[in-house]
Design a protein around this ligand. Structure first.
Ligand code: PLP
Length: 392
């Protein structure tokens, strides 16, 4: 975080690499590592570390190690889930044109995969609406899935708002009404705070990304529980049980396993502590500022680290820049690769009017957020907002 050394409220974008994780990765690197497919000592060592990491990730997800596919991150996992599951359904000879149903608030990794699948193949894509709180409407989902549905994608927790979806109930509806459908959940944001063995149990496919949970950038997982199946997206040496060819990033896998282990060990404390800090930040900002809306009403199930606000009369780009100059790192909630802020389809799906969504700001707290960080934000943010309003 060298550009932004002061106060970091952007854990939803990426989390700092935890020192314990860096230490586990350094230990893995300390002795020669071969290619895990080889037969000499360094290769055997790599294979052992990779399989130990796989066992640990599987235990964390409450799944068998054979279900865990290492990937390059959340985006690849989402693409593999969508195209892989649709490919497998086509191969099985699904009873009609394959239909993929996704929630209207999915991350672009899922949403754009669905859009591309619909553009390039005989797949029909339907989006299921969310209510004002950003929660998927169970009845709307029930009305959209049927015997032709091959895949239903509903994220476990939203990256912009932190809203946690009622995945168990949604998965049940899918199983009742769409017997051929597989359920995929993008658990990338949820992994730091939720017990995934329980929270993601209703999903056949689950995606994770290490850098959102204190691990390294560039490694992730897709877990695929039989009888769900995926066709590969990349072909080659047949690694990851023929489902994702390419030499595995052993050190990255060790880092992901270490990050998940830490998150699990500290979960109870993290959820309580981070949730209390987030609540204090929310209460402090709403007390000190006029014209501030909490995008998600209190009482809705939201990850403990997320606080999403809309500030009337504020342009979020200007606000984020002004805050950054004062050492506060927050986010507008959605950004494209150029870093430019885009209009949020998530907020639009929740029925937030455009003029309100213009002033959207997301604070995402993490395991390393402190009371001093919150004090600092409370001391700085209201003044910055007031002066932007004054200058407008
Ligand atoms: N899914 C969600 C919910 C995310 O928040 C992100 C990252 O912002 C991704 C997927 C993509 O993950 P990665 O950055 O590892 O490709």
């Amino acid at each position: 975080m060298s550009d932004c050394p002061s106060t970091y409220f952007d854990h939803g974008a990426t989390t700092p690499l935890r020192p314990e994780v860096a230490a586990a990765m350094a230990e893995a690197r300390a002795e020669p590592l071969g290619n895990p497919t080889g037969s000499h000592r360094p290769a055997q060592r790599a294979r052992r570390l990779l399989e130990e990491a796989r066992d640990e990730v599987a235990a964390h997800l409450g799944r068998d190690p054979g279900e865990v596919i290492f990937t390059s991150g959340g985006t690849e996992s989402a693409n593999l889930a969508v195209f892989g599951a649709l490919g497998a359904a086509a191969r099985r000879g699904s009873p009609g044109p394959a239909v993929v149903v996704s929630s209207a608030v999915e991350h672009p990794a899922v949403r754009e995969s669905c859009r591309a699948a619909a553009r390039w193949s005989a797949v029909t894509w339907r989006e299921v609406a969310v209510d004002r709180s950003g929660t998927v409407d169970v009845d709307a989902l029930a009305g959209l899935v049927d015997v032709e549905t091959a895949l239903v994608a509903v994220m476990l927790a939203n990256n912009e708002t932190g809203v946690v979806q009622p995945l168990h109930g949604l998965a049940e509806v899918v199983r009742e009404r769409a017997p051929h459908a597989r359920v995929f959940t993008d658990a990338v944001q949820a992994a730091s705070f939720l017990d995934l063995a329980h929270a993601a149990a209703g999903a056949d496919l689950v995606a994770l990304s290490a850098h959102k949970v204190g691990g390294p950038v560039g490694v992730g997982v897709l877990a695929v529980r039989p009888p769900a199946d995926i066709d590969p997206r990349q072909y080659g040496g047949g690694q990851e049980r023929e489902r994702r060819s390419g030499t595995q990033d052993v050190v990255g896998a060790v880092g992901l396993a270490a990050a998940l282990r830490l998150a699990a060990t500290e979960r109870e404390d993290t959820v309580r502590r981070v949730g209390a800090l987030r609540d204090r930040l929310a209460a402090g900002l709403t007390d000190r500022l006029d014209g501030v809306h909490r995008t998600v009403a209190p009482g809705v199930d939201v990850l403990p680290g997320h606080l999403h606000l809309c500030l009337v009369g504020i342009e979020r780009e200007e606000l984020l820049l002004a805050l950054s100059e004062r050492g506060i790192c927050a986010s507008g909630g959605s950004s494209c690769a150029s870093g430019a802020l885009e209009a949020s389809y998530v907020l639009a799906a929740m029925g937030v009017p455009d003029e309100v969504a213009r002033g959207a700001i997301r604070f995402t707290l993490g395991h390393d957020t402190t009371g001093e960080d919150v004090d600092r934000a409370l001391a700085i943010v209201p003044g910055v907002v007031d002066s932007l309003r004054h200058d407008a």
